[in-house]
Design a protein around this ligand. Sequence first.
Ligand code: PLP
Length: 523
Amino acid sequence: MLLRRVVAGNIHIGQFRYDQWGEAMKKVPSAVTPVIAVDRKLAKPLHRQIYDSFRALIVGGNLGAGQQLPSTRALATELKISRIPVLTAYAQLLAEGYFEARAGAGTYVSNSLPEQPAANGRRATRSIGVYSGARPVGRRAMLLPRYERPPWLRGLGAFSVSQPAYDKFPFQTWSRLVMRHSRSPHVSALQYGGPLGSEQLRDAICTYLRTARAVRCDPSQVMIVTGSQQALEITTRVLLDPGSPAWLEEPGYWLARQVLVVAGCRLVPVPVDNEGIDVAAGIKRCRKARAAYVAPSHQYPLGATMSASRRLQLLDWAQNSGSWVIEDDYDSEYRYASMPIASLQGLDNNSRVIYIGTFSKTLFPSLRLGYAVIPPDLVGRFAAMRHVMDIGPPYFYQAVLTDFMNEGHFARHIRRMRLLYAERRTALVESLRKEFGSAVEILGAEAGMHLAIILPKGFRDQEIAARAAHQKLWLWPLSPAYLGDNTRQGFILGFGNTDAEEMPRAVSQLKRIVLAGKALPTP
Ligand SMILES: Cc1ncc(COP(=O)(O)O)c(C=O)c1O
């Protein structure tokens, strides 16, 4: 069914005819109707009420210079009054310089107003910056510092982490599929969907995960989420309580850590080595942890792949202590030196693993689509929790992605990107070796879209990163990935979105900034 006209509140989507001031009728885009109230019972004439409302909105800063206004016809219809008072009010506002008419394009708030709006901002409103009375904030909100982008997250360029090769994404194909689904969607696509997401996409993901990641799953266990982040949030809400101890890899993924912090969990940092999380150390620190968060395919940020024996130890521990394992499989599609390895979930005989994956690395992060594979007995609980969070995932890009996967574009794109990233990774490793020799240690270059370097003693990663940001080089320091004080200084270097030919120049800039006049220590 095709929806011809959608009216939501007083926001009109679509076009209407504009015939102001008796000009020849022309089609112009419609404007959002401002909050104008008229009351026939008042002694004040209607045209004056309209005039006063517009003037107050302009002077108060709610309507900004250059903003389009509704046509007189549209406003009269909206207010359920005749057009005459609206025409009178518009004529006066035009005459006084609050409005300006643009031939064939409608009426706008004037760019040169007769009086200054209340604040400088185009959209200042009365309430901005005016606080009075008690303003209590929940304890959970106080568990996190206020959001502020650190310097290294303020730009995009060589070494930015979590950036796929945007210019290599098949946008032509993608836009064809977007068109297919948005041109005349079936009404079922416009209704509320279920909390698990589209059945077709869950089928496609299930097929992919069984094949490429040896995940044991059925579509009924798959939940479509808005990225791994939401999956971590739902998992935490369902499985952990305030005060529940949870193992976290040390160093580890800061956004997983923050989810657990907000949930009030007790964080138990467990060191990682070149076999992944040290399960024996975790057991020594807290055998009875409710859950362990791990990234076994490519530990973040140091890049180890969890060994087979550690995987078995971790699953044994989870079974014996009645704990859960949260497996973050965020970039497992890209392995360079060996074949992709199977998921931890695929080894689990006791349904103790919640498997989480994302399209942020394989497609692009702003898509905000990912998935969780949930043990069958927990699906109803996860679905209920998700339902109260956002009801379910948005429909359109799920439909687009389903076709993208089912028509083979996804597999083709991954194959192409694997070759491209392998080339970029090699260029980065070679340039690092050339510039730094053995003075920096390189870790985790066998997989994914980033590697880590460890700096020699005496170099402070956050100081260097702040300096680099001034030169528009966005370096992610390693030390904030540690929860405890026993940190290593280094950088997480992304290579997904930097051409191999660019790498030598970028690495020599990196060296200049890191050294800042100092000499590299001789081995
Ligand atoms: C360890 C880890 N997990 C997951 C993600 C992806 O998160 P999302 O799917 O929410 O974009 C990232 C992105 O950088 C990551 O580093």
